[in-house]
Write a protein that binds this ligand. Structure first.
Ligand SMILES: *[C@@H]1O[C@H](CO)[C@@H](O)[C@H](O)[C@H]1NC(C)=O
Ligand SMILES: *[C@@H]1O[C@H](CO)[C@@H](O)[C@H](O)[C@H]1NC(C)=O
Length: 248
């Protein structure tokens, strides 16, 4: 169904009004966005964009426009890379990581941290041991090329997918909403966080509290960062200046 433009504009304005400038907010999305798209998002006062680069459909593949979606950097947004895996794929966790890593690297995007999406239990095998092994395989492949892996999940997804695996804690991005849109948003704070799977408060970096918003011509989710943004700033992906260009 087509949404009338007027509604989108009004909605975007509402989102804008509700975001205090002093706190870090970000969007996450998988839609293709142009520089103009991300400038529009920047104008809504978001400062980060989490870019989903991997299409989990079928055996999984890097989105054809994954590299173009570094456009948020050009629009003044910091970006983080999100990998939504294909856990039923014939490709291992390690192979999937390398597809994302090598694609970005080939285009000069240097990645410190990849957020591995561990959500939607229905899309994972009903086999916690196998799922934990898949996750570990992904993490280990990343470690071999000095890339950190952070997790995007929540207590319910983690329980369903890994059987409550108590893992080495790492940076956590959790979600808590009741559904789509502003009306179903979760609280704009971290008071709802409860430890799970080895993750305790100090590991919490981001919370997704609004899902499936629309504006700037794309659909996105809304996230809030903990106040100490040092990690998020230091580990944002970067586009390297092309060496050839520097030599001119
Ligand atoms: C995944 O890859 C395997 C092996 O190449 C193939 O047999 C299977 O059909 C593929 N599945 C999908 C959903 O594409
Ligand atoms: C997101 O919202 C749009 C309408 O704004 C709807 O068409 C779409 O199905 C929603 N997506 C999900 C994942 O619910």
């Amino acid at each position: 169904m087509q949404i009338p433009l007027l509604v989108v504009v009004a909605f975007a304005a509402l989102t804008y009004a509700q975001i205090p400038q002093s706190i870090g907010y970000g969007v996450d999305l998988t839609d293709y966005g142009t520089v103009q798209t991300f400038q529009c998002i920047r104008n809504l006062r978001y400062s980060y964009a989490f870019i989903g680069v991997y299409n989990s459909v079928g055996n999984g593949t890097v989105y054809s426009y994954a590299v173009q979606n570094v456009a948020p950097i050009l629009a003044g947004l910091k970006i983080h890379i999100v990998h939504a895996p294909a856990p039923q794929s014939s490709k291992s966790g390690a192979t999937q990581f390398l597809e994302t890593y090598n694609t970005l690297k080939a285009y000069g995007v240097s990645v410190h941290t990849v957020f591995l999406q561990i959500t939607s239990p229905i899309s994972w095998p009903n086999n916690p041991q196998k799922n934990s092994a898949f996750i570990a395989d992904f993490v280990n492949a990343a470690a071999r090329v000095n890339v950190h892996v952070a997790f995007y999940t929540n207590w319910y997804d983690w329980e369903q997918i890994t059987g409550g695996w108590v893992t080495t804690p790492r940076l956590l991005w959790y979600w808590n909403t009741l559904g789509n849109g502003v009306d179903a948003a979760g609280s704009d704070d971290f008071t709802d966080f409860r430890p799970f799977g080895g993750f305790t408060s100090p590991y919490v970096a981001v919370k997704q509290y609004r899902r499936n918003l629309s504006g700037c011509g794309v659909a996105f989710n809304g996230n809030r960062f903990v106040s100490g943004l040092v990690f998020m700033q230091a580990n944002a992906a970067r586009v390297e200046v092309k060496k050839e260009a520097e030599k001119q």
